[in-house]
Design a protein around this ligand. Structure first.
Ligand SMILES: C[S@@+](CC[C@H](N)C(=O)[O-])C[C@H]1O[C@@H](n2cnc3c(N)ncnc32)[C@H](O)[C@@H]1O
Length: 228
């Protein structure tokens, strides 16, 4: 059986819809446009991708899941780099429309996206992936549902990490953010607090593989690599 493409006219319509869609809200990550070009975005993602890809090469990772995959930047980067099984999960319909359209419009193999809320139920049912990426999401769950809830979530996630986890989260010293006051107090050294939290969820060999500026720029976030 032969693979078949979408008719050119319909592809052009979908590209028009995608171009209009990404102007209808603030995109967080760069979006793949035609001919390999990328759009601008609210967050600089390139440095984090370089750290993730370095770790994937080091560990020979063959699969990755990105939890809170947003516009799909990391999943698409991994698939374009030749990783054979790449998927993203995000609960936001707008962002999943953007990520899925990039796969379709660029006829990109080995990448896909699912609408889903990261929860204990979802994580228990999820298969194991060599690389699990979980960045800039857990603090949103923590200020709404508390530390114990997040520890249970991370313990469930621990069983699904084949080789390593890439983890980053918002910190209580990001005082320009309205949510910062509802976070557990991470003290004067949030990076050590987060490393201890990961340890308490069962992770080991926790190392900082990069740092990035927080969204509003007032604090430095650490990018952690942790093994199960
Ligand atoms: C701040 S953005 C971070 C995006 C990406 N992980 C990154 O670091 O570039 C948070 C993303 O996680 C998604 N998100 C937040 N809470 C979620 C949850 N409980 N389940 C699934 N997606 C969630 C949002 O829709 C959004 O796309």
């Amino acid at each position: 059986m032969k693979r078949k493409a979408i008719k050119p006219l319909l592809q052009a319509v979908l590209r028009g819809v995608q171009n209009r869609h990404i102007k209808s809200y603030e995109i967080y990550q760069p979006v793949l446009l035609s001919e390999g070009k990328e759009s601008d975005a609210a967050r600089d993602c390139e440095n984090r991708w370089e750290a993730i890809y370095r770790a994937m090469q080091e560990h020979g990772a063959q699969s990755m899941v990105d939890l809170g995959s947003c516009e799909g930047y990391y999943v698409i980067k991994a698939a374009r780099a030749g990783v054979p099984f790449c998927m993203g999960i995000d609960f936001d319909q707008r962002r999943t429309f953007t990520s899925t359209n990039q796969v379709i419009l660029n006829d990109l193999p080995n990448a896909g996206f699912m609408i889903g809320e990261v929860s204990e139920g979802l994580l228990n049912a999820m298969p194991r992936f060599d690389t699990v990426v979980f960045m800039s999401v857990l603090h949103h769950i923590m200020y709404q549902n508390g530390l114990d809830h997040c520890r249970r979530l991370m313990q469930a996630l621990h069983g699904k990490v084949g080789k390593f986890l890439i983890f980053e989260m918002g910190q209580s010293d990001e005082i320009k953010e309205s949510w910062a006051k509802d976070m557990p107090d991470m003290g004067t050294d949030p990076h050590t607090w987060i490393a201890d939290f990961l340890k308490s969820c069962g992770f080991r060999s926790i190392e900082i593989v990069g740092t990035t500026s927080s969204f509003l720029g007032e604090a430095e976030r650490a990018l952690f690599k942790a093994q199960p």
